[in-house]
Ligand binder design. Structure first.
Ligand SMILES: *Cc1c(COP(=O)(O)O)cnc(C)c1O
Length: 409
């Protein structure tokens, strides 16, 4: 059969993360690779009970097609949840769209905003899911390097000034940020930088896409108000998801924003999938009505917090005597970003690491241009504590062995 793929189709390639995770199935390997929550944290009894009720008693909605915008119960309940937990008010059903996880929201954003010549700002390293959705329509990304307190705002300012001078501002479509406990970098955008970012977005009249799957997974420090809360729906499109705080299998994402933009995304969604599964929307709506999600999250937060602190402690022990090795110290989320001296290549190091029995995701997987090759993403949420201890020791061993083989140490 002649498969005459489109230009976009031809560009598609399997993500290295998927390939690497196949190796994670090997039980002798300790994996810091996976970016998924610990299944033990899923409230399965409660969900099972609600699911049964929703299928038996609300079948004419839960088993039926639903509105493209989302189940009315889900939308109403989520708006109440936002108001109660974050004091975000003044929104109505025109400001909310329920998507198949945040990933489909990212894909809809790409559809409604990006042409081949469109520019957009993303961080370096970047969340791979967003990058792959955006690159599908335009490869004209602009990078903002991530520091301990978030993206490089001065560089953003400089680039916007230049683009304006060159008459290219029209081509810039949005600024995409993951403000809390960034995936993969683990860092959080400071309040000062949030304000500066909003100021720039207002000055150049650009939308901010705020992708915030981890905001509720804060283990220490003070919650920083969301960009959405600071700037409102006419500046910020906010993406939330139940994937990291309830269950990724539900595939439920929430988009909050300006009515006109939501409308446009709804039209794109009609063409993409008609509606988000009615059944999981109704289950989660009932779940939020019945239980206090923040209360239920407390044990999860404690579990992840201990694992995170353990990994930081073990990294300190293992790498404190090695010059040029740094790592981020996240206050929440699932990831630590470790950077080796410049000439190390973590993708190349994979073979040695697998032999020794430890997995991570090489940093170059989180850039579109092969940069970040001396960094790696480490996830602490899945391995049991004894494996975190053993795994970090193996990681050190792999770094040393690789470094020596390359005459870098
Ligand atoms: C995990 C994650 C998502 C969530 O994807 P879903 O499609 O909702 O499962 C979105 N953005 C970032 C930055 C993530 O880490």
């Amino acid at each position: 059969m002649r498969l005459n793929f489109s230009e976009t189709g031809k560009k598609l390639k399997s993500s290295i993360i998927r390939e690497l995770l196949k190796d994670a199935m090997n039980e002798n390997v300790i994996s810091f690779g996976g970016g998924v929550p610990d299944p033990k944290t899923f409230p399965r009894e409660k969900l099972a009970e609600i699911a049964k009720d929703v299928v038996l008693n609300e079948y004419s909605q839960s088993l039926q097609y639903g509105p493209t915008e989302g189940d009315p119960q889900m939308r109403k309940t989520y708006l109440e949840f936002l108001e109660e937990t974050e004091g975000i008010s003044g929104l109505n059903e025109d400001n909310i769209l329920v998507t198949v996880g945040s990933q489909s929201a990212l894909s809809l954003i790409s559809t409604v905003f990006l042409d081949k010549q469109s520019k957009y700002f993303v961080s370096k390293p970047v969340y791979l899911g967003a990058a792959s959705a955006f690159v599908m329509n335009s490869e004209q990304y602009e990078y903002l390097v991530l520091h301990e307190d978030g993206i490089d705002i001065d560089h953003l300012s400089k680039r916007l000034t230049e683009l304006e001078k060159n008459g290219e501002l029209e081509r810039v479509k949005f600024i995409y940020v993951v403000p809390n406990f960034h995936n993969p970098a683990g860092v959080t955008l400071s309040l000062d930088k949030r304000k500066a970012l909003i100021e720039l977005a207002e000055k150049y009249d650009l939308p901010i896409i705020e992708d915030d799957p981890y905001g509720e997974l804060r283990y220490e420090g003070e919650r920083i108000p969301s960009l959405f809360k600071l700037a409102g729906k006419d500046r910020v499109l906010m993406l939330r998801t139940f994937s990291k705080i309830l269950s990724p299998g539900m595939r439920l994402g929430i988009v909050i924003g300006n009515k006109e933009l939501i409308r446009k995304m709804v039209m794109a969604k009609q063409a993409a999938d008609l509606c988000t599964p009615s059944i999981t929307q109704r289950i989660v709506a009932r779940f939020l009505q019945k239980y206090d999600l923040h209360e239920l999250l407390k044990p999860t937060i404690n579990l992840y917090k201990e694992k995170k602190n353990l990994m930081l402690k073990e990294l300190e022990k293992a790498f404190k005597d090695m010059k040029g090795v740094t790592w981020t110290k996240p206050e929440g989320g699932l990831f630590i970003w470790l950077t080796l001296p410049e000439d190390f290549d973590t993708l190349e190091m994979m073979d040695i690491a697998k032999e020794i029995g430890v997995l991570f995701i090489p940093g170059s997987s989180f850039s579109l241009d092969g940069s970040c090759s001396n960094s790696m993403r480490l996830s602490f949420c899945l391995p049991p504590e004894k494996d975190i201890i053993k795994g970090v020791k193996r990681l050190k061993e792999a770094v040393v062995k690789y470094g020596k083989s390359k005459n870098l140490l």
